[in-house]
Design a protein around this ligand. Sequence first.
Ligand code: ATP
Length: 786
Amino acid sequence: MAEKRSHSQAFKARKRQKTAPTKAGKKAQGIPKRWKTVTADSLKWREVDMPDRLDDVEGFFGLEEIDDVQVVNNNGILQFKAAMAADSEVESEGNGGDSESEWNGFSEDAVGDTTPSVEQDSEAHSRREKETPKPSKEQSNRKKTKKEKKQNIKEKKTISRTREQPILPVNSFADLQDLHEDDIDIDLPAWESLSLSPYTLQALQKLKFTTPTPIQKLSIPSIVTGHDLIGKAATGSGKTLAFGIPIFEHLLSSSKNRSALTKLPGENDKEPDVSKLTNPLTALILAPTRELAHQITDHIQALIAASGATSPPTVVALTGGLSIQKQLRKLTQFGGADVVVATPGRLWEILSEKSGFTQWFRKARFLVIDEADRVLQEGHFKEVEEILDLLTRDAKEEVANEPEAYGTVTTVKATKVKDRQILVFSATFSKDLQKKLSGKQSWKNSNSGLLNDKDSLDYLLKKLPFREEHPQWVDVNPVDQMAENLREGIVECGNMEKDLYLYYLLLRYPLRTLVFTNSISTVRRLTNLFQNLELSVNGLHSNMIQKARLRSLERFASPSKTTSKTGKPQHQILISTDVAARGLDIKNVELVIHYHVPRTADTYVHRSGRTARSKNSGASIILCSPEEAMGIRQLIGKVHNDRGSKGGVIKSIFVDRSLVTTLKTRIELSQKIAGSTMAKESQRKEDDWLKAAAEDLGVDYESDEFVELVEKGRRGAQKRKEARSIGKDELAGLKARLKEELAKKVGKGSRLYLTSGLHNLAQRLVDGKEHDVFFGEEGGWGLGDL
Ligand SMILES: Nc1ncnc2c1ncn2[C@@H]1O[C@H](COP(=O)(O)OP(=O)(O)OP(=O)(O)O)[C@@H](O)[C@H]1O
């Protein structure tokens, strides 16, 4: 039965329909006089056998070959017109539109658009009809040449891809189905049971995602069938598409309700106009960081692009640090975006300052909260509670109170809050969350190690307007939070030696490495330190301007450079605060190093999860000082459900101490240079500030009295004074000495000779094949193997 066919079969069948001639196409009945507008769906397409060769196809691919059906341009909107003959093969569209008007071919006005398109073809066709006698059946059914077929396909493509044209087809997705001509054989048996549309399957095939990940397999059917859902799965396990695919599926299936995509000339230059929001928002996705919001946007856009949707739905990121006006213009063009990915700060800025947008956001069909434990964590985003409150207020009440706020959207069917699906995802949730949500267990009695401030999280989760009493709970891996192919290690060293040991690790394991610290000043210092040591290092923290943040990430993600001197690849290193801990999916990160011990267990999970993503392997190493040993023991116990405290989950890593000693001189020189550079830089900034302060106080900026006052108030003044006191010549001398040191080969005579063969060693760290790497050193701070 037709309904039982798989989607891929259905897809192939549809392609056969449009590439084959129809019986109707072979029984021309003379020139029709009256024409009626019909929908594509109402045309009686018939399945015909696929010819062996395209050359065997009589006539042309598609509508023009059905006699008595024309494709016309009616003021920029493509329409199908069917002849009103007694034995008509089409069904009436109903009462809408201009279906009853007589059609006499195109007027010049109707074809104002200069875009090369199928309507020009139709125009020529209609003129031919008026000017020349009707061709014989043989003539009209003559074989089209390959060249003609190609030309026509090209024209069809052109119209569907011309996003900037003034008016696009009303039902853009439906048109896409007909304009799609790529003959792709979908062969994705592992996705079959999820009943996805051919477009999604095509995208998955192009992206080479042959198998759904466990979170995708379990979540997608629930979401597609309308359930609220809380999804928990390890880092890098494909959670983005676990909600991205159902949203795209919804967009495809609801395409008939979409309003026209209209972008008027010059619209980009105008103020964003809320009255243009005629297209209802399908999904609002909240993410905790700007970078993650942009990444989710790119990820969903990539899915849409690979699907072959030639008038694709729009996905817009709303994040701080970039122009709000530009973002709002993107949001409002084409009648309003389909999917918005926002950080709470920027979204709240828009909702609170531009009240006209509130109603539109409130109609979102899906509300997704990615990294939910972080986004909803009390005190982390003060805006979230306000946003949720605003989005969940009774929609009807608002429409009554603020009719102007909804602009011209009165014709759009409102998605009431009760119709909204709530989807919540993270790699770290309390095991007891489901019980608490269902009211079976009080939050206070719970014993989850991974969430702080549990009472407030419970409060916020209860505020989420789940439309089901018990949202679906999908926990793919309830025992372990960590990625499957992750190797965890620990290096014990003194607090003041961390720079040295970090340098050792970076040299010994030349891999794409992400180093996490707990403070912005450490990111700045370490970036400077390792740049002096000629490593390819970039920094990332929240005090950087957004463009610099994105640039740093781009550089980190770029392919390894080959250094001209040695011919060896220079691996990219990123030193970051926890702004990069959540969600970022940077290809081929092989090693994560925790320079500072993470403050919470969930931070450890997420930081470490920047490597070993999808099916890749990776390693995570903590640098641990004696003061941190106790905290680490507890942390590992929580993360590994107390298996850590019994030993064996996190291994001590072998350190070649003699080699560490030889690196000492380099580090000390670089520390001095970095200290001096940074102190001078901060001196310049501080000077400007102090001059202004002295002026305010009415004292001389250079007076002893003022200098003394300032120095007293400074922490670490002595150290900074020393660093600043390094003169130009001394600094040049330090740099020259460092250069000499860097030219020397290090490690000769030690077990490890740093100038050779390290890449294999590093790879073995990641793969866990290097026995010497993880061997559980005795002594140290008594950690042994955790
Ligand atoms: N079915 C699949 N097959 C292969 N790769 C996939 C599949 N689904 C997603 N991926 C890829 O896996 C990687 C990780 O996906 P994603 O970023 O969604 O993980 P995540 O679970 O959200 O991680 P995190 O918890 O760190 O945010 C991405 O590069 C994505 O393109």
